[in-house]
Design a protein around this ligand. Structure first.
Ligand code: 0X9
Ligand code: ZN
Length: 300
């Protein structure tokens, strides 16, 4: 089983997912959301207590160096399966959960064995490596905060969905999109809850409800350790950025509720968040998800 005081390499995360499927054969299935340039699977789990349920979709680790995101998502997976808390048990039962802790496996491996602060995938382009997989989705591709230079950390690739990771994962999501009530993308850092869109400060169609639900969820998040979060659309809360996963999911697939978490911290450690912050980060984030789902049922 997994402990929450260390960041794990990809192999250990994937082995743990396999262990879960063996330990909970009636509830957990291994799912493959796509493939990577180096030939790995984008592996995840589906947690389901029976047919006919709406879905929560979790995508994390699209940026390799943001290790707190997969760690937090693994904790969430574990809670959904093992918690004795009645509210957690209810949300676990009420939805089908599709959870992909590491959607950029090649980059994640490279951040462990090559360069700790690697962000992109590992596909070679000319003399350089890597596309920012959160600039490569086919929505306003190449419009804002991107680069056409492979040396850049925000290289958008030669075209929308040029990368096998985004192409395969987006196909997977598209094929089940009408099931999804809530789509969550996990990143770090900054302690921000982001709403679409990244190309405009114009509010999305259900902005008021999405903000209300987000505010309540972040209220719940801050109770345990007083961690402050800010909330807003990508463009107003951080910077303009296009070709991101959540914009594509919202704009193209019309999923009702779509958020991106920028987890701890606010710059003290940034991507090098000490492992002793994994558990508190994960606990408070789980608190917020439970509240988000309760609120979504009221407003959504
Ligand atoms: O720039 C980004 O891709 C995200 N910030 S980060 O520091 N983690 O790189 C923000 C983009 C927000 N959109 C989505 N997450 N889809
Ligand atoms: Zn990120």
């Amino acid at each position: 089983s997994m402990k929450w005081d260390a960041y794990y390499p990809l192999e250990e995360i994937y082995d743990w997912l396999d262990d879960l499927a063996k330990a909970y054969p009636d509830i957990v299935t291994i799912i493959v959301g796509g493939k990577t340039y180096e030939g790995r699977d984008i592996k995840g789990v589906k947690i389901s207590h029976g047919p006919g349920k709406r879905a929560v979709f979790i995508e994390s680790g699209i940026h390799a160096r943001e290790w707190i995101a997969p760690a937090t998502v693994n904790f969430i997976t574990n809670e959904l399966l093992t918690s004795s808390d009645e509210e957690i048990k209810a949300v676990a039962r009420d939805y089908d959960w599709y959870i992909f802790p590491v959607t950029n496996p090649d980059g994640y491996v490279w951040s462990h064995v090559g360069f700790r602060l690697w962000r992109k995938n590992r596909k070679p382009y000319g003399t350089g490596f890597g596309v920012d997989l959160n600039r490569n989705w086919n929505d306003n591709w190449l419009k804002e905060s991107v680069s056409t230079n492979v040396a850049s950390d925000v290289f958008a690739g030669p075209g929308p969905f040029s990368e096998i990771e985004t192409r395969t994962l987006s196909t997977y999501i598209m094929n089940m999109a009408d099931k999804i009530d809530l789509y969550l993308s996990f990143h770090s850092s900054g302690q921000i809850l982001l709403l679409p869109f990244g190309n405009t400060t114009e509010p999305l169609s259900n902005y008021d409800d999405a903000m209300k639900i987000g505010i309540r969820a972040m209220g719940a998040l801050s109770v345990r350790y007083r961690t402050p979060y800010t909330i807003g659309n990508i463009a107003e809360a951080i910077y303009f950025a296009t070709g991101t996963s959540i914009d594509w999911v919202k704009e193209r697939l019309h999923v009702p509720l779509v958020y991106c978490y920028e987890l701890r911290d606010r710059g003290t450690y940034g991507h090098l968040l000490p492992p002793d912050q994994i558990l508190p980060t994960a606990e408070e984030t789980m608190d917020s998800i439970v509240e988000m789902i309760l609120q979504a049922k009221r407003f959504g």
